[in-house]
Design a protein around this ligand. Structure first.
Ligand code: NAD
Length: 335
């Protein structure tokens, strides 16, 4: 199978490239990524010479630059490319609409024109909005996005659905909960807190720290997408999650404990506007229909993840330079 992956230099995309090259060495992978601040080819250093892997620097909104890649014949498209950080979407929503909506529509058009056999849209549980203290998101929960990020992802999901209903494009949408694992850009909760704790800097926690997320080890997300590509019924949405609800304070305390740092480093900062209180996924459908099973347990997965960041200080240093620093200072000030 020749696979066209977008956003493969980001956190989940790069883990997916590693996963696929290991699990399906017979497949070919084209990784198309424009290398925004979040795209990092260091994540792919170990595989860049493999004959069945190819990188192309291209923006998913640039139809004519994408066309020659599709002309080579593509079996499946997996669209990871996105602006992915909620805080940034509050500061500058435009680029979220451009990449997440227009970019997805451009890929859908090309997938239709070149008759790809599968188009998988990697979406998020955030399109469902927020939950109260109880309940779970199922695939039939109405979309109720609350941030410009989740609204742009919901817009893309509807376009993907429309290309199936209107043009018969063989699509699937996956909606996964929060991922953790190696190669995550340190603006996101877990690597941000690890990095600050290591430097004895304050750990900025939004609001009361009790917002709940349903954490899944990134490789379990990759195995779910792999199953959807091969076995997903066209037109269907699959929720992906591991039933690991933790509030932000619990996550931060685990990191501090593991690194032997004091809880006095925690500092509460003004809550994010429109901050969703709780996400939790019902993944019964993908488990029952496709036989998906997560392999990792949160308690050991989080410790493994912390250790990965500890044993890759050069990666952290390289990533901390440039755009990320500017953004961090704008968001939290110099702490
Ligand atoms: P990321 O920000 O780490 O990576 C995004 C990648 O997309 C980067 O490599 C970036 O260079 C690339 N990109 C951005 N704009 C582009 C453009 N216009 N053209 C080409 N490439 C572009 O994001 P991530 O956390 O790896 O998330 C990947 C996907 O998974 C996203 O679609 C996100 O919505 C979804 N998702 C993420 C999570 C999570 O917990 N991180 C959970 C569920 C779903």
């Amino acid at each position: 199978m020749r696979m066209f992956i977008t956003g493969g230099a980001g956190f989940i995309g790069s883990n997916f490239v590693h996963y696929m090259l290991r699990e399906h060495p017979e497949d070919q992978i084209i990784n198309a990524d424009s290398l925004t601040y979040a795209g990092n080819l260091e994540n792919l250093r170990a595989v860049e010479q493999q004959p069945n892997y190819r990188f192309a620097r291209v923006d998913i909104t640039d139809r004519e630059a994408l066309r020659p890649l599709f002309e080579q014949g593509i079996d499946a498209v997996v669209n990871f490319a996105a602006e992915s950080h909620v805080d940034r979407s509050i500061l500058e929503p435009d680029v979220f609409v451009r990449t997440n909506i227009l970019g997805t529509q451009t890929l859908l058009d090309l997938a239709k024109e070149y008759k790809v056999r599968k188009f998988v849209q990697v979406s998020t549980d955030e399109v469902y909005g927020t939950l109260g203290d109880t309940g779970l998101f199922s695939e039939t929960t109405p979309l109720a996005a609350n941030s410009p990020y989740s609204a742009s992802k919901a817009g893309a999901d509807l376009l993907v659905r429309a290309y199936h209903e209107t043009f018969g494009l063989p699509v699937n949408i996956t909606r996964c909960s929060n991922n953790y694992g190696p190669y995550q850009f340190p603006e996101k909760l877990i690597p941000l807190m690890i990095q600050n704790a290591l430097a004895d800097k304050q750990l900025p926690v939004y609001g009361d720290g009790l917002n709940v997320r349903d954490w899944l080890y990134v490789e379990d997300h990759c195995s779910a997408i792999d199953l959807v590509i091969r076995k997903g019924e066209n037109g269907e949405v699959y929720n992906v999650g591991g039933n690991n609800e933790r509030n932000n304070l619990q996550v931060v305390r685990t990191i501090l404990q593991e690194l032997g740092k004091p809880e006095s480093l925690i500092t509460y900062v003004t809550d994010r506007p429109g901050h969703d209180r709780r996400y939790a996924i019902d993944a019964t459908k993908i488990r029952a229909e496709l036989g998906w099973q997560p392999k990792y347990v949160y308690e050991s997965g989080i410790v493994e993840t912390i250790r990965w960041y500890l044993s890759n200080p050069e990666w952290m240093e390289q990533v901390k330079s440039g755009g990320y620093r500017d953004y961090y200072e704008k968001q939290y000030g110099e702490r």
